[in-house]
Write a protein that binds this ligand. Structure first.
Ligand SMILES: Cc1ncc(COP(=O)(O)O)c(C=O)c1O
Length: 400
């Protein structure tokens, strides 16, 4: 079927919850994808920061193929090897603790929210159930994760949302401190806000949150679903700040494109999750975990991937700042590693569509922020091609 036929069937049979760009992706390799008519595109959004090793990374494809011949699903009624090996590796990459596996970012957040409450109930303090979250945050679309996300537009039409969340300004430690009460159980924050438009907090913000959590006996949860697994140039974004959270949520890049999520918690907290506390049929599925193992092993084998992320991320950021000085509709460029945002003074959607026409995939979040999140193993040539296409497109928009 050609692109038009497929898009028309999609409109007929799939609910309209997404504002899809008019592109059917038939296949991909590395940083490139191809449509049914054979046109090639450079992918600078990689499935929204998911395909960190590029499309169909051969070792992931091989691991999936091999695992699919051995065991595709086992359930959590039993033990399975890829899940155990992946958990061990995740703990080695983060802090002393244990892992709960699930299938998506929102589920990892749900697990974290439940664990925070269970922890305080187990401690005999059920009155401490409130979680402080940050304005503009995005934690997912399930009820708990949606209620934790401090964005009115996400809640609209779904009220009443779940109680127990207190929203404060992002990057504002005083606001967090003022919001702490005898009911507060935890603080939930993204080390960089992705969906809000790649918002980078001040360098001491995460450390400040850690200090507040320690002073008031709160559980500190970092949502690294978008920033984790190398995206910002370190294995996890929090690691650049020299502190650790009590709970960490990951998903997106963990499976290299295969759906998987995980919640990692320190031992004194995770002990509140015992038999029957929480669960998932598919969580830690052998197929997903075998892909996850390739991702974490590739990331930790040496510093090549992280170094590439830092080097090309820095180069792209510099180029974009240079471009900013030449186009009046660009407000700000910000980001870290290969998670970069460009805030515009105009609507970003027409620019995304024009880039698509010219063979470049990018995304626009929060209406006016262009977001760039290419695979972490892009080459200098990819980075160069990206800048060239973007500049060509911007020239068409200047003075419009
Ligand atoms: C920081 C953050 N948390 C949670 C989520 C939700 O993840 P998922 O869409 O896999 O449920 C996202 C997705 O964009 C995210 O960026």
């Amino acid at each position: 079927m050609n692109s038009d036929e497929l898009m028309s069937l999609s409109n007929q049979y799939i609910m309209g919850t997404y504002n899809r760009s008019p592109l059917v992706i038939m296949k991909g390799a590395g940083s490139k994808v191809v449509d049914p008519e054979g046109k090639e595109y450079l992918d600078f959004i990689s499935g929204i920061a998911v395909n960190s090793l590029g499309h169909c990374y051969p070792p992931i494809a091989a691991a999936l193929q091999e695992q699919s011949r051995r065991l595709i699903h086992a359930s959590n009624l039993y033990y399975s090897e890829p899940q155990i090996l992946l958990a061990k590796k995740l703990i080695e990459m983060t802090f002393d603790g244990k892992v709960f596996f699930c299938n998506s970012g929102a589920e990892a957040i749900e697990a974290a929210l439940k664990l925070v409450r269970k922890y305080f109930t187990t401690e005999g303090k059920p009155e401490r159930y409130e979680i402080i979250t940050m304005d503009g945050s995005f934690h997912g679309r399930t009820y708990g994760a949606m209620s934790a996300s401090a964005q009115e537009k996400l809640h609209k039409g779904y009220e009443p949302i779940l109680p127990g969340f207190v929203y404060v300004n992002y990057n504002d430690l005083d606001a967090v401190e003022k919001a702490i009460s005898s009911k507060t159980a935890g603080i939930l924050a993204e080390p960089m806000q992705g969906e809000r438009g790649v918002v980078v907090p001040s360098p001491h913000y995460l450390k400040g949150l850690r200090e507040l959590a320690d002073r008031h006996g709160l559980v500190l949860v970092f949502d690294e679903i978008q920033t984790g697994l190398g995206r910002t140039g370190s294995l996890f974004a929090y690691q650049a700040s020299g502190i650790t959270p009590d709970i960490l949520t990951v998903a997106k890049g963990l499976g290299g494109g295969v759906p998987i999520g995980a919640m990692i918690a320190k031992n004194h907290i995770n002990k509140a999750f015992s038999f029957g506390s929480h669960g998932s049929t598919f969580g830690g599925n052998p197929l997903a975990c075998s892909a996850g193992l390739v991702v974490v092993e590739t990331l930790t084998a040496d510093d090549v991937l992280l170094e590439n992320t830092r080097r090309l991320g820095g180069w792209i950021l510099g180029k974009l700042k240079e471009i900013q000085s030449r186009f009046s509709f660009i407000k700000e460029v910000r980001g870290k590693g290969l998670l970069i945002g460009m805030e515009l003074l105009i609507d970003g959607r027409p620019i995304v569509l024009k880039c698509l026409e010219k063979g470049l995939l990018i995304n626009c979040t929060s209406d006016r922020v262009l977001r760039f999140a290419p695979p972490l193993n892009i080459t200098s040539d990819d980075a160069d091609a990206f800048i060239k296409i973007l500049e060509t497109v911007f020239k068409e928009f200047e003075g419009k």
